[in-house]
Ligand binder design. Sequence first.
Ligand SMILES: [Ca+2]
Ligand SMILES: [Ca+2]
Ligand SMILES: [Ca+2]
Length: 139
Amino acid sequence: MDEIVGVNAWYNIRAFNADNKGVLWEHNADVGIDAVAVYDATGDSIPEVIYGDGQWGNIYVLRGNNGTPLWSVANPEHGVTNVLIGEVDSDASLELIWGAGHSSTEPDYLYIHDIDSGMRQWQSPEGSEGGSQPSVLVS
Ligand SMILES: [Ca+2]
Ligand SMILES: [Ca+2]
Ligand SMILES: [Ca+2]
C-alpha cells in the first residue's frame, strides 16, 4: 500500500492512503513544524516520517505506517532548514542530517547524528553564517 504524507500548516502531519485517500494517521506537533521528510531510518526498507520543530526543539522520527514516535534528537539551534537520512560515512550505520539556525540571527549549522550510537557525529564549524543554506549531497 502506498502512503501520502502531508503537512497541515505548521502543527499537524497526516498520512493518507494513496488508494482511497483515507487518513491513515495524524500527528500533532508541540512547537510547530519546520521541515518534513520521508526516509527509512531503521534499515528495514519501510519508510519513516522525519520532522523538525520550528524553533528550538527536536528532530522526531515517526513510524510511517501508524505515526508512532520512535525517537527524537535535540536540535541545539533555532529552526530546521531541512532534514534527511542517509549513509554518509560508510560505517554501516545511518546518519540523520539537518541544517539549523537559518531562522535566527545566530550562525547556521549543519549537524550529522549517528543513528545507531545516538551520538552527534559532526557539526559544521563556526563562521558559516551567511545567506546561503547548507546543502548536502548523498550518493
Ligand atoms: Ca524503517
Ligand atoms: Ca554511516
Ligand atoms: Ca556514522
